[in-house]
Design a protein around this ligand. Structure first.
Ligand SMILES: C[C@@]1(CC(=O)O)c2cc3[nH]c(cc4nc(cc5[nH]c(cc(n2)[C@H]1CCC(=O)O)[C@@](C)(CC(=O)O)[C@@H]5CCC(=O)O)C(CC(=O)O)=C4CCC(=O)O)c(CCC(=O)O)c3CC(=O)O
Ligand SMILES: [Co+2]
Ligand SMILES: [Fe+2]
Length: 291
């Protein structure tokens, strides 16, 4: 009798352990958080919608949420009645909503200041009491050598038909005081393997337009196709690049005698470019067991 009692207690214990385990498993809730700088320009929606569509197709069974890193952009949108979460707000809500694992994908171009800030936020959320158990951050568009090769291929496919000996394509990157500004001239090197007629400049980093003008001249360029090297064709593309003001790149190039043409298309509008971010997302999803 004692033996039977012991045995049944033993089985009850095993059953209990198994039930707890099954219970834990069932409680796992895994999600994706897509994080972009953001934009206050409604015209940039197409770019974000394209990313959303492609990620949803890749992960049809996973809940996908969005956050913007720019405080200024979120403030402008809030005044218009549109509330977009910061990365910290989005992660706090996901913790409250029972998510145990979250793949956070950076939609930035370079691993610069905005990306670093996001990385710190994501790290801070790891192991938060009663919060999300595991979060991982996916690399921005340009990170490893492979990314630069793939992006150069993707952009060359888009622009090669426009090139000729007298026509250049000039990409406008944002630029940064962060050490990762080197990715802009670095990426230009990859593009140059495709054609000498590709140039990459920045609005507020290195190189500025002043440094590119003499190169356009010495290469015998007569016409410049301007296009953003940012996920969206937003504020910088519409004003600093293609605006009719004194200081825009378009105005300055025309003053210097170049013909100009504008391709007002953000990088995230090209499926092939979004594919690079999605590869980075897939890598962290694999680590988190998100399918
Ligand atoms: C830190 C800061 C310092 C500074 O620039 O002064 C900074 C830094 C960086 N911005 C980057 C990218 C972009 N910035 C914009 C736009 C704006 N950026 C602005 C401010 C600030 N930007 C300051 C923080 C203020 C804050 O926290 O809110 C706004 C608000 C005001 C203004 O610039 O005048 C204006 C809003 C326009 C609007 O209303 O919509 C766009 C889109 C666009 O052009 O519209 C993109 C392309 C995004 C993309 O590609 O998706 C990158 C490269 C990141 C990367 O892609 O890797 C870095 C540097 C880095 O991260 O190292
Ligand atoms: Co800016
Ligand atoms: Fe910015």
């Amino acid at each position: 009798m004692r033996r039977i009692l012991h045995l049944s207690i033993f089985f009850l214990l095993i059953l209990n352990v198994q039930m707890t385990y099954a219970h834990k498993k069932a409680e796992d809730k895994k999600g994706i958080l897509l994080v972009t700088f953001g934009s206050s320009y409604p015209e940039t929606r197409v770019a974000f919608e394209n990313i959303d569509k492609i990620v949803k197709a890749e992960f049809p069974n996973v809940e996908i949420r969005w956050a913007y890193t720019s405080k200024i952009v979120r403030k402008i949108l809030k005044k218009r009645g549109e509330n977009i979460d910061s990365p910290a707000e989005a992660l706090a809500k996901m913790g409250e909503d029972g998510f145990t694992h979250v793949a956070v994908q950076s939609l930035h171009i370079i691993p610069g200041e905005e990306y670093d800030n996001l990385k710190h936020t994501v790290e801070a959320f790891n192991g938060m009491p009663k919060g999300i158990k595991v979060t991982e951050i996916g690399a921005p568009l340009l990170f490893l050598d492979h990314d630069q090769m793939q992006l150069a291929d993707a952009l060359h496919q888009q622009f090669k038909s426009k090139l000729n000996s007298k026509t250049a394509v000039l990409f406008m990157g944002h630029g940064s005081h962060h050490q990762s500004n080197i990715y802009y001239p670095g990426f230009e090197y990859y593009l140059k393997q495709k054609s000498d007629q590709y140039f990459v400049g920045t609005v507020e980093g290195f190189p500025l337009l002043d440094a590119i003008l003499p190169q356009l001249k010495s290469n015998g360029i007569k016409k410049v196709i301007l296009t953003p090297f940012m996920s969206v064709a937003g504020d910088h593309a519409r004003n600093d690049m293609a605006g009719n003001e004194e200081d825009s790149w378009k105005t300055n190039l025309e003053k210097e005698g170049f013909k100009t043409e504008v391709a007002m298309i953000g990088l995230a509008e090209y499926d092939s470019v979004v594919g690079i971010w999605v590869e980075h997302l897939k890598a962290i999803c694999q680590e988190l067991g998100i399918r």
